[in-house]
Ligand binder design. Structure first.
Ligand SMILES: *Cc1c(COP(=O)(O)O)cnc(C)c1O
Length: 467
């Protein structure tokens, strides 16, 4: 399988190449040159497989010959053996036609583990084969850092350095990062805000000499491998509820548009998906686009679902490319205009194509709290704020279409104890395998908001581990 850039001016690469490259050189995102198209018999053949085996078979055509099949299979099995539920992505029925698919049984209790746990292993495999090492750098406001750290901890060919704003993450979030004591993990607590951390990371990437010396890399959500690794759970959910013979709908809590894009990819491969709903909090750019072709940036507002506090959904570019009949010039022009003016020009034809499949939905904090309360009292289910928005979206969708609807449960309620307590008066406990999180020793380095000091700290970590 070969991959091309949505902007048409970057080298064509194989799966291993796009895994390591992340963003394409022309600023575009990598997409498969052609989509695998599966028949009903192909989907049926996956029914009843353990999740790890299903994931391997769904990913195989995307990986192609870049990684030997037996290796990919072994890595998938290792990855999902580390999850805290035998079904890996279990379905919980909430209502006659609504299910939650729990994607939070990984090590950091959020859906990003499903892709990142595999990606850490894929990085290690590809780098070992090439005799290379990289340093993954990232900034986090709390949530995504821990999933990246858990994905890279203990990997032979990777160092990871994550910057977080000192004293400005929740205790659960900080401890999920700082209690990982593998030698290749470095947590830097920066005297500053999340934006300062992000600026410092950007400055390190912009420092060409430093970037080359440290072989800087990233595992952010524009990496194609992350999208690919999110396709299998849509397949598992659809097959469990009668697919491919009957249709299914999904409601997906949405920020960077990665998770819902993976569902779109499953549909593009021929999985019978009737409807997809992109569910947002009050940062509703995608919902406004789907409602009336208004893709215009507004200031980001903080909400109870911080992982969705996003106004520029970077993975949307991949959908745009498909809506524009895969025309890289149209995509490039739309993205450049979006960057320059804050408003994305999308043709009426492309918008209609999007709305034939995708619905938008948005819910403010009061609505989210009310939904958490309703789910608790009526279904006995504790949903985190992101998940609650997805379930609320599924309810509106299920009413209209009468097909079974699966809402993606993207975080464990114990990750957002304050929001849950505020809604229902209960502080959800951590699952047993994390119950001692508050007793585990922490390790982090306090650093000033200063590029030279931080680069020195990164260099010290990398040199120590290379020795
Ligand atoms: C990252 C995240 C999301 C948003 O997913 P995207 O792929 O960015 O759309 C939703 N919920 C939770 C809990 C997350 O961590």
């Amino acid at each position: 399988m070969r991959y091309i850039s949505t902007r048409g001016q970057a080298p064509v690469r194989d799966f291993a190449g796009v895994l390591l490259a992340g963003l394409a050189e022309d600023g575009g995102l990598y997409v498969p040159e052609t989509w695998p198209l599966w028949s009903r018999a192909d989907w049926r053949a996956l029914r009843g497989l353990p999740y790890a085996e299903l994931a391997f078979r769904v990913l195989q055509p995307f990986v192609g010959t870049a990684i030997p099949s037996t290796t990919l299979q072994k890595l998938c099995h290792e990855t999902y053996a580390g999850f805290g539920h035998p079904a890996v992505v279990p379905l919980v029925q909430l209502d006659t036609s609504i299910w939650a698919q729990e994607l939070f049984h990984g090590p950091t209790l959020a859906f990003k583990d499903l892709a990142l746990q595999l990606i850490g292993r894929l990085f290690d495999h590809v780098l070992t084969a090439r005799g290379e090492r990289v340093t993954i750098i990232g900034a986090t406001s709390g949530d995504t850092g821990s999933a990246a750290i858990e994905a890279c901890a203990g990997r032979a060919c990777v160092d990871i350095v994550i910057l977080h704003p000192a004293g400005r993450t929740s205790e659960v979030q900080r401890r999920q990062m700082t209690t990982v004591t593998a030698a290749n993990v470095s947590n830097l607590a920066v005297d500053g805000t999340f934006d300062d951390c992000q600026d410092l990371v950007k400055a390190m990437f912009a420092d060409v000499a430093f970037r080359a010396e440290m072989r800087l890399s990233a595992v952010n959500s524009i990496n194609w491998a992350r999208i690919a690794a999110q396709i299998p759970y849509y397949v598992a959910g659809a097959l469990a509820l009668g697919g491919p013979e009957s249709e299914i709908a999904f409601a997906v809590p949405t920020g960077n548009f990665g998770n819902v894009l993976a569902a779109w990819c499953a549909r593009r491969m021929g999985l019978p998906i009737a409807r997809l709903t992109a569910a947002a909090n009050r940062n509703d750019i995608i919902a406004r686009f789907l409602a009336g072709n208004d893709m215009s940036v507004r200031p980001v507002e903080p909400s109870l679902s911080p992982s969705m506090d996003i106004q520029v959904s970077s993975n949307f570019e991949r959908l745009l490319f498909e809506l524009a009949d895969r025309d890289p010039a149209v995509t490039r022009h739309a993205m450049e205009a979006f960057r320059a003016t804050g408003k994305m020009p999308v043709s009426d034809v492309a918008w209609k194509r999007a709305t034939a499949v995708l619905h938008g939905f948005s819910l403010d904090d009061a609505g989210t709290t009310a939904e958490i309360r309703r789910l608790h009292s009526q279904c006995g289910y504790l949903a985190d704020p992101h998940t609650a928005i997805g379930i609320a979206a599924a309810r509106t969708l299920a009413c209209h279409h009468g097909v079974p609807t699966i809402a993606m449960a993207t975080a464990h309620p114990a990750k957002f104890p304050d929001a849950i307590e505020q809604a229902v008066g209960i502080r959800p406990p951590l699952p047993p395998r994390l119950a001692d999180l508050y007793e585990r020793p922490e390790r982090f380095t306090r650093v000033p908001r200063d590029l030279a000091a931080i680069e020195a700290s990164v260099r010290a970590t990398v040199l120590r581990n290379a020795a």
